[in-house]
Design a protein. Structure first.
Length: 138
């Protein structure tokens, strides 16, 4: 891509004029453009849904890869293995990736409550055992 500052002055001015004309047109015909856009959206519902699903999946995939190093397909594969249930409480809820904060290794999928619970105990098994012992005292 060519940096704007490296373009000849004549081309930069031409682009500025073109952008200004475009902006004047859009502000002058705002209502007509709005109606036209609404009509297109209404006539292309399936196209919109397909694109929105694609965008959502792409964004989710980017987030999963960046945070945990797994793709949406790998996430869905784990969901299938755990049958859509939290690996601790076995309740079918929205699942979240549980990972070791020290190594970054994905441990599995948990519901939000269980995932937060482990986090609040700072992922320390001794603290969790102490909490269990406390709960089991009559």
């Amino acid at each position: 891509m060519i940096a704007v500052n490296l373009l000849p002055l004549k081309i930069r001015r031409q682009r500025e004029r073109s952008r200004a004309a475009h902006e004047r047109y859009r502000s002058k015909h705002k209502d007509r453009l709005k109606v036209s856009r609404r009509r297109w959206l209404d006539n292309n519902v399936e196209h919109r849904r397909t694109r929105e699903r694609g965008y959502a999946r792409d964004n989710r995939n980017k987030k999963l890869v960046k945070r945990y190093g797994i793709t949406v397909d790998q996430f869905e594969e784990i969901v299938t293995v755990v049958q859509g249930r939290c690996q601790i409480c076995q309740v079918a809820r929205a699942l979240h990736v549980d990972h070791d904060h020290n190594t970054g290794r994905v441990r599995g999928l948990l519901c939000g409550n269980c995932n937060r619970g482990i986090g609040l105990f700072q992922e320390d098994p001794q603290k969790l055992r102490a909490a269990i012992a406390y709960l089991e005292v009559p």
